[in-house]
Design a protein around this ligand. Sequence first.
Ligand code: ADP
Ligand code: MG
Length: 254
Amino acid sequence: MSEALSVTGITRSFFGVAALNGVGFSVPQGSITGLIGPNGAGKSTLLNVVSGLITPDQGEVRFMGETVTREKPHKLAARGLTRTFQVARGFPKMSVFQHLMLYGPRQPGESLWQAPMWGAAARRREEELAERAIGIAQRLRLSHVIDNPVTELSGGQKKLVEIGRTLMAEPRMILLDEPMAGVNPSLTAEIASHLVSLNAEGITLCLIEHDMALIRQLCSYVVVMAQGRTLVTGSFDEVVENSEVQEAYLGRRY
Ligand code: ADP
Ligand code: MG
């Protein structure tokens, strides 16, 4: 199977301390890949590098066969690579609808975010985006809160808005940083089922998640990071049986 994403030899230090120390792995196209590892392993930093939020010191990022190292987030989004944040970001006073609209590409295809459109063409595009936002809210079961400020939503609903925001860009792959963390169990199950259905539509997912039961349930492929490196990759059963992985988790067993 071909690779949606591959990272090779990525290093990144903060104030002389290495957060990423040569991490490398691939995400198979069409998979739900789990990115796991103890706190401080560098998972979020790696996602920040891949999504263009911070630059690596060394190494290469490839998306759909093309080198995209150091590309800015909006360029990556235009290629179809988007991400959610561990803590939902955004503009608290804006409604769910406004929030989704904010992240819709203003123009289709290659010319994304470049020359502005005017007049009828711009209006038509705006209408298309509005329809898209409404459709996404519907599928994520957020229609009843679509005009509410994001601040009034539950933690789980905010996570859904984060997912909805990525969908506005019509992604081919979504990077998700703990999309179920701190969410109540029923909404966790709902978010999981949204992820499964997005994946069934052909969107590759790479998911940071601490809940091993969810990783086992969702992920066809698992990457374990520790201390800024890739420790082991494989199926869930393969990686949890690895003694280095068990050690990295300080003897905790799953
Ligand atoms: P994980 O997501 O696996 O828990 P992180 O990527 O958040 O790990 O963190 C990896 C290491 O990098 C940690 O030691 C963290 O303190 C450090 N780190 C991450 N981002 C920054 C930053 N912006 N400035 C300084 N140190 C950072
Ligand atoms: Mg993290």
